[in-house]
Design a protein around this ligand. Structure first.
Ligand code: HEC
Length: 156
């Protein structure tokens, strides 16, 4: 009778079971290693919340938006296209429109619009160019102003 540890190949009818057992034995250390190392790697690569804000160029968490200041900044930088009282012009859409309500265009989309510009997609005014000269805080003030105008127009 053949011993358990014999180097000769096993009987054909024994093969499937043996290979299954061996495969499981070989893969488990790798699985264990992946379970241990992947979360560590993931946590190393995830930037700190502060770093994420800086990367996205968002105002710091203790920033307090001032809608009045936002109004002046809007007038100087956005009104040319988005109009008096954010009601739009022939160059750009009214931001008091319901598609720009907070639930559909969150503050982040305003920050991205100011920083990167906007490719024409909702209207036929053409693209919006980035407004480079504004800081994330400037954009935050402008957003507060636009949200105030939206609320006044019943767009919430
Ligand atoms: C040169 C004209 C122009 C100026 C200046 C301009 N915009 Fe725009 N903006 C546009 C146009 C045009 C669109 C619409 C693009 C579309 O959706 O078709 C737009 C779209 C947007 C949107 C919507 C973004 C989205 O994700 O759909 C936001 C928010 C916005 N503008 C904010 C601003 C703010 C804030 C300023 C001032 C700091 C500003 N814009 C200045 C032309 C302008």
């Amino acid at each position: 009778m053949r011993s358990e540890h014999s180097p000769t190949p096993p009987q054909t009818h024994l093969r499937p079971q043996r290979y299954k057992v061996n495969a499981r034995k070989n893969i488990s250390p790798w699985l264990a290693m992946a379970f241990i190392t992947l979360p560590i790697l993931a946590s190393c690569e995830r930037p700190e919340p502060e770093q994420m804000r800086a990367n996205l160029r968002l105002p710091s968490p203790n920033f307090v938006a001032d809608a009045k200041r936002g109004g002046d900044l809007f007038q100087a930088n956005c009104a040319r296209c988005h109009g008096e009282g954010v009601r739009g012009t022939r160059e750009g859409p009214p931001l008091v429109h319901k598609i720009y309500r907070p639930g559909h265009h969150a503050d982040l989309s305003f920050h991205l619009a100011v920083r990167h510009g906007v490719r024409q997609h909702h209207w036929n005014f053409g693209n919006m160019t980035p407004i480079d000269r504004l800081t994330p805080e400037d954009a935050g003030h402008i957003i507060a102003y636009v949200r105030q105008k939206q609320r006044a127009a019943g767009v919430e």
